[in-house]
Design a protein around this ligand. Structure first.
Ligand code: SAM
Length: 274
């Protein structure tokens, strides 16, 4: 499997990007055509912009993680960078508290609004924050953005595969906002690519953070750093401390630890002290 991915990666270099994009789209369109009926709230593969992988399996697995870390039905949750509702979908039958999701991509939010209109406790917001990959015309910088919620309003805040596309000043501001909107005792579950002694040696076939972005972060694509960004673990620890969050646990993912029993990315579980 790893060899196949490595071979594909090498081959990719010889195929121009617009042609690759077209090919990928055709592959997805074929899957949509031949894949049979789609489950409710699962977007067509050709319209999915949040990355490959199985939409249902990934969402269900993260729901399991949330429950493992104490999610209960009456809690209020915030999904930052909610995309196309991959993490929201499995929660609809479970959550009686409030679900709020926001994202900078308008098409994902429109999709979620149309799919969840019969779920009264689920709300989706589009926010106009800049990101070179997801919202090139965004008016507000992520480093200056204030989440549209009151202080101390959520039991859980989570971000899956969002800080992996943001720069250091942006993640610093978002962590301070997470700390502000979490209730005392509330938890934040955030995925990262964390650089430590072990993950720096990672032989992952695709996630090679070869290029320096700044003193604390690296990227896989020099010309398009937001494609995937990894941060020094010590920098991340420092941020949590700075914003009054204590790190309860770090679940290192498979990208940097091939034998990990967790998902691809690393997950930091933080708590706002009581
Ligand atoms: C790889 S997708 C993951 C989506 C979703 N969290 C999931 O796991 O299905 C990354 C998402 O982060 C969103 N995003 C990027 N920068 C953001 C920001 N500054 N604020 C909120 N969302 C952001 C993108 O629009 C995109 O939907």
């Amino acid at each position: 499997m790893a060899n196949r991915l490595l071979m594909l990666r090498r081959l990719k270099q010889f195929v121009p990007l617009p042609f690759r994009t077209r090919l990928k789209w055709l592959g997805y369109a074929w899957q949509d055509l031949t894949g049979g009926a789609r489950e409710a709230r699962v977007p067509p593969k050709r319209k999915t912009f949040i990355g490959g992988g199985d939409f249902i399996k990934i969402g269900d697995a993260f729901f399991g993680t949330l429950k493992r870390h104490g999610l209960s039905p009456a809690m209020d949750v915030l999904d930052v960078g909610c995309g196309q509702g991959r993490m929201a979908r499995p929660m609809t039958e479970f959550l009686t508290g409030r679900y709020e999701g926001f994202d900078i991509d308008g098409s994902g939010i429109e999709w979620c609004k149309s799919q969840y209109k019969d779920v009264a406790n689920f709300t989706f917001h589009r926010v106009d924050v800049f990101n070179a990959r997801y919202n090139k015309t965004g008016k507000t910088a992520a480093k200056d953005y204030r989440f549209p919620f009151e202080d101390n309003s959520f039991d859980r805040v989570f971000l899956t595969s969002v800080f992996t596309h943001m720069f250091k000043d942006d993640v610093a501001n978002y962590l301070s906002e997470i700390s502000r909107v979490l209730k005392p005792g509330g938890k934040c579950l955030v995925t990262w690519f964390l650089l430590d002694e072990m993950s720096r040696q990672s032989q992952h076939p695709v996630l090679q953070f070869d290029f320096e972005v700044d003193d604390v972060s690296r990227t896989t694509v020099k010309s398009n750093p937001e494609a995937a960004i990894a941060f020094d673990l010590e920098f991340v620890r420092g941020l949590y401390k700075q914003f009054g969050l204590s790190i309860k646990d770090i679940e290192h993912g498979k990208w940097g630890r091939p034998d990990s029993r967790y998902d691809l990315q690393d997950m930091v579980i933080g708590i706002k002290p009581l």
